[in-house]
Design a protein around this ligand. Structure first.
Ligand code: BGC
Length: 786
């Protein structure tokens, strides 16, 4: 069972545990206990193997396409964690013998996974076993693993076979050509493999040290080789009560790594061995300490704290921050965050709007230097987006719904069988879920507002804004009858409505994108900046501006109804039938409605998969009144099944905006349950990265009230009843702040005192304030928080 408390006081709020072994739930724990550092992600498969396990190791950005009928995906690298352990000649396996004690826990403070057991084998012998591992936050190429085995009743023959196993696949797709298998200096093994299409060389290197009762012993492990596999087997007779320890340090290097880009496979292998030999000087414990210090530094800078009546809240926000570190390739702007991060095969490592709308905000307001990488990724993929626009008969840049390394569209065409029709479902999102293009532009702008990073805009940002605006201008369709521009045949954020016309979210965001580009271009032109001249030469800006001005003035923007304030989600949503959705709203597994209705049938019902117009209210918050937001929340939420993990956090944040704090809290807690909760299969395919980013958004942007609008900082805190205090770090235009909110007061403190000269302006519940010195303290009592 999943447990949320530590074994001692200090670890409460930091530890997630599995308190009993159950082979039915391997995948859940493999995902939530995943370890990583943004360079690589290691799923938490056990050391010993079980049927149904998904033994995954992914390296960010290393996409490969297995065959012409497939889309590109992150290939599953060779496994370096699995161990074949034999005790007195019989395999160690938890489905045999008796498990007398068991606990596995992930410690978020130090990114350590630990499993401790007391096991009785079928002969009645007792063994104490302990396994620990980490994926280093200090050295991103490094994985550490420690095994300790103590026979408790009698002396025992212990054999441990440790391998680099390249026989693994991605659900059957083998992405690698086998390369060298080598054994060096008896205890170091190396396996090289190259991706079939992209030719990326993966070098896996693994070093070992054997110890008895803490003392290193010279061992002569037996090497062996099979196809795509190289192993070492250690054998030792261990006296009762003595502990045999095997320490492993493993490294992963690929020819895509910027540090080694110029090296051929042979030199990369050498560099990897050199790297691991150096790492070995500190040994497992020394490397673990470095890793622990790196996590400590992270938490010192980034920790969010709260006093809540429910201790789960604190754990959930830390769990979210832990996974935000794992999922984000902070080291390299060529890559971005996949919808499942590096925790599973789900969505094949592809990048969606999830990044800009759900994940980027965390980095903008906490680690802006990482946010810069995420928005730069969209510049690296701009040419791909340009080709997509051209291929579809449009101009400018049309970003792919699913993106990988190049910016070309990566969405697969066919999905699972439609239960009602019995035929595979055609996946339309890659063709018609087009709002992504405006979401990318919004991400760029949002980054600029929160950081004032002019260099980024000059080099990359403006070009993205102009190219995306150009796409929209070419995408608009003239409707003669209405004398307006429409956008038909799209999917909005709500993916239960395909082929709709004038999805409000899409139309408004297209309008925002074009008008924002207009404003930027005019400003650049007036300043007659070099950037203007360069981009004008490259893109022909002067002609574009005219088109944008003419067209944007005539885009149809669905307005709230005068009485009800409801904005139609699209041209026909409000005319569709309303059915009783309670069966699906109380479902145990998401998307149960698809067992009863085909996608076409869903199109005729007022039912939504996820927040749609509410996301618009969050992005363009000043364009809509609070009354409109509240009315639409209450109209659409009962029709929403939250079948996408992106939905609950958005509902929570918007409920905070319309002063429905208790609803906001209820939705926040439900969002926290998506991965961390007791649904034992919700995370099998990998973590829901957007939902993880959404948890931070609901807490800090919702309850903490952080927003920015056109370069101005706003703080409108509204704590739920259950919270007495919330404290979070906030990065704002080069300054680092810490905000602490209680029911009575709000404190904003500077963390870098040398910048005290520069006053920081903000509005708090609509009133203007300036942080002039070190700290600003404001009473929240008795004020009108409306
Ligand atoms: C959601 C999309 C999301 C995607 C990846 C889908 O189920 O409907 O909004 O981008 O998952 O997370």
């Amino acid at each position: 069972m999943i447990a949320y408390t530590g074994l001692n006081e200090q670890s409460h709020g930091w530890v997630v545990a599995e308190s009993a072994f159950d082979a039915r739930y391997l995948a859940k724990y493999e995902t939530i206990f995943c370890q990583g550092n943004g360079y690589m992600g290691l799923r938490a498969a056990h050391e010993e193997s079980y049927p149904g396990e998904r033994r995954n190791l992914f390296v960010a950005g290393t996409y490969n396409r297995f065959g012409v009928q497939e889309v590109t995906e992150l290939p599953n690298a060779a496994d370096m964690i699995q161990l074949d352990i034999r005790l007195n000649g019989r395999p160690f396996h938890l489905e045999k013998g008796k498990l007398l004690q068991y606990r596995r826990e992930l410690d978020l403070r130090k990114g350590e996974l630990k499993r401790e057991m007391l096991w009785e084998d079928e002969q009645g012998e007792w063994f104490k076993l302990s396994f620990r591992r980490f994926v280093s936050l200090y050295d991103r190429h490094l994985i550490g693993q420690r095994v300790e085995i103590t026979p408790l009743k009698h002396d025992a023959d212990i054999s441990i076979r440790s391998s680099i196993n390249g026989q693994l696949t991605n659900s059957g797709a083998q992405h690698f050509i086998e390369g060298d298998r080598r054994v060096f200096d008896k205890e170091l093994i190396q396996y090289t493999a190259t991706t079939t299409e992209t030719g990326i060389v993966f070098v896996h290197t693994l070093a070992h040290q054997l110890l008895e009762n803490g003392v290193r012993i010279e061992a002569a492990p037996a090497p062996s080789m099979e196809r795509r596999k190289v192993s070492l087997t250690y054998k030792r007779k261990v006296a009762a009560g003595k502990t045999l320890t095997l320490d492993k340090l493993a490294s992963m290097h690929t020819s895509l790594d910027l540090e080694w880009e110029s090296l051929d496979a042979l030199h990369l292998q050498q560099a990897a061995r050199h790297h691991l030999r150096k790492a070995e000087e500190l040994g497992y414990c020394g490397q673990f300490r470095k890793h622990e210090e790196a996590w400590q530094a992270f938490w010192n800078e980034s920790s969010i704290e709260m006093d809540s009546q429910d201790a789960f809240d604190q754990l959930a926000i830390r769990f979210a921050q832990y996974h935000l570190v794992l999922m984000t390739p902070a080291h390299d702007s060529r890559f971005s965050v996949g919808a499942k991060g590096l925790t599973g095969e789900g969505y094949k490592g592809h990048v969606f709007w999830d990044t800009e709308v759900f994940i980027l905000p965390y980095f903008l307001y906490t680690h802006p230097e990482i946010a810069r990488n995420l928005v730069t990724y969209r510049y690296h993929t701009l040419n791909g987006a340009r080709s997509k626009a051209r291929d579809n008969g449009y101009e400018g840049a049309m970003y792919p719904w699913e993106s990988a390394l190049t910016g070309e569209e990566e969405t697969p065409e066919w999905g699972p069988v439609d239960i009602v029709t019995g035929t595979p479902t055609y996946i339309w999102t890659g063709k018609i879920e087009q709002h992504i293009t405006a979401d990318v532009a919004y991400g760029v702008w949002h980054y600029y507002q929160a950081t004032s990073d002019q260099a980024y805009m000059d080099q990359y940002g403006y070009e993205i804004l102009f190219e995306t605006a150009t796409f929209w201008a070419s995408r608009l369709e003239w409707n003669d009858e209405k004398g307006q521009y429409h956008i038909t045949d799209v999917i909005g954020p709500d993916e239960y409505k395909e082929h709709v016309a004038n999805n409000a979210f899409t139309n408004y965001m297209a309008y925002w994108n074009i008008t924002k580009a207009m404003a930027c271009m005019k400003q650049l032109r007036e300043a007659d900046s070099q950037v203007y001249q360069r981009l004008n030469e490259k893109l022909g800006l002067a002609e574009r501006l005219k088109v944008w001005e003419e067209k944007s003035a005539l885009i149809y923007l669905p307005k709230p109804d005068e009485t009800t304030k409801i904005i139609p989600q699209d041209d026909t949503y409000l005319m569709k039938q309303v059915i009783d959705l309670s069966k699906y709203r109380n479902q145990e597994q998401v998307a149960s409605i698809l067992n009863d209705y085909s996608m076409t049938q869903l199109s005729d019902i007022q039912v939504s998969k996820q927040a749609d117009i509410l996301v618009l209210f969050y992005l363009l918050e000043d364009w809509f009144t609070k009354e409109t937001k509240a009315a639409n929340w209450h109209y659409y939420e009962p029709k929403t099944l939250h079948d996408s993990s992106l939905s609950l956090s958005t509902h929570s944040m918007l409920a905070s905006d319309v002063a429905e704090s208790e609803l906001a809290y209820e939705m926040f807690q439900k969002a926290c349950q998506i991965d961390l909760g007791t649904n034992m299969h919700s995370s099998d395919e990998g973590i829901h990265t957007a939902s993880i980013g959404g948890i931070w958004k609901a807490a800090v942007m919702g309850f903490g009230g952080v927003r920015s609008w056109e370069g101005a900082l706003r703080l409108n805190p509204r704590l739920p009843e259950a919270w007495e205090r919330l404290s979070y770090p906030l990065a704002w235009q080069g300054e680092r702040l810490r905000v602490t909110i209680t029911k009575q007061e709000m404190k904003i403190e500077r963390l870098n005192p040398d910048s005290v000269q520069k006053p920081i302006r903000m509005t708090i519940h609509g009133k203007a304030y300036e942080l002039v010195d070190q700290m600003l303290s404001i009473s929240l009592e008795g004020g009108d928080l409306a």
